[in-house]
Design a protein around this ligand. Structure first.
Ligand SMILES: Nc1ncnc2c1ncn2[C@@H]1O[C@H](COP(=O)(O)OP(=O)(O)OP(=O)(O)O)[C@@H](O)[C@H]1O
Length: 229
């Protein structure tokens, strides 16, 4: 399994009590599988993504990414696993205002110590894959919201990740552009054999995913929730 969370518990201090954000959560996502997580505000969806991204270490349970158990790994090892195997798409594109679409991707490769020539051809291929051919030299303010989100997705794929974690990719987009982005994610998941987890409030897009999971009070279950905030 490319991504496996087993019996994960995550608590946060809450005054003189503790708040259980993830309550014995287990999740497996196979290569080429597109899973969506829905659930009300505060139910633990972002916490789940943060644990899967190795950004937070859970209090209990194990997290395995691309066959490596990272739950008890130190900071350096977790950073390495994240850099080598995980792509993260945040809700807002967080692009650097002065850089072109191509350079947004090349920065990632530069940080990873990749040669500019290999990186440049890979970045161009990815921009084509997200349908931004011809827009490589546009800066964020010259792109639409949907196009910026496509750059964001292409950037997350620069390290050829095994796991793609996506937080509310459609929240800043209208319905049609939102559907196009989720359809693109489904396509990229298949073509690149990604294990993709997407947190979403957008129930209209669930027809495009393989697995729907619901979070409620820190618990995860299969199937769409009847009520999503
Ligand atoms: N750093 C933190 N410290 C303390 N409590 C936190 C922290 N982060 C989240 N929480 C709490 O953990 C619970 C789960 O939060 P989380 O952000 O994972 O929910 P969510 O489902 O992503 O919500 P939303 O849809 O509003 O983004 C909430 O009760 C929240 O208040």
């Amino acid at each position: 399994m490319t991504l496996a969370l087993t019996d994960v518990v995550l608590t946060y201090p809450d005054g003189d009590r503790t708040l259980t954000a993830l309550d014995h959560v287990s999740l497996t996502v196979a290569p080429g599988e597109f899973a969506a997580v829905v659930g009300p505000s505060g139910s633990g969806k972002s916490s789940l993504l943060a644990v899967a991204a190795t950004l937070i270490t859970p209090s209990e349970g194990t997290v395995s990414v691309a066959g490596q158990d990272v739950s008890r790994a130190g900071q350096a090892a977790r950073t390495r696993v994240r850099r080598d195997h995980i792509g993260i798409v945040f809700q807002q594109a967080n692009l650097l205002p002065s850089l072109t679409a191509l350079d947004q991707l090349l920065v990632m490769a530069h940080l990873a110590g990749e040669s500019p020539r290999t990186a440049s051809s890979r970045a161009r291929e990815l921009l084509l894959a997200v349908d931004l051919g011809g827009k490589e030299h546009k800066r964020p303010h010259q792109l639409s919201g949907g196009e910026r989100q496509r750059v964001n997705i292409a950037r997350a794929l620069m390290n050829s990740p095994a796991v793609l974690l996506v937080d509310e990719p459609t929240s800043a987009l209208d319905h049609r552009r939102g559907e196009q982005i989720v359809s693109l994610l489904a396509d990229l998941t298949q073509k690149n054999d990604l294990a993709t987890v997407m947190v979403t409030h957008d129930l209209a897009t669930l027809a495009m995913v393989d697995t729907v999971l619901s979070m409620s009070d820190g618990r995860l279950s299969e199937g769409a929730a009847t009520q999503v905030a």
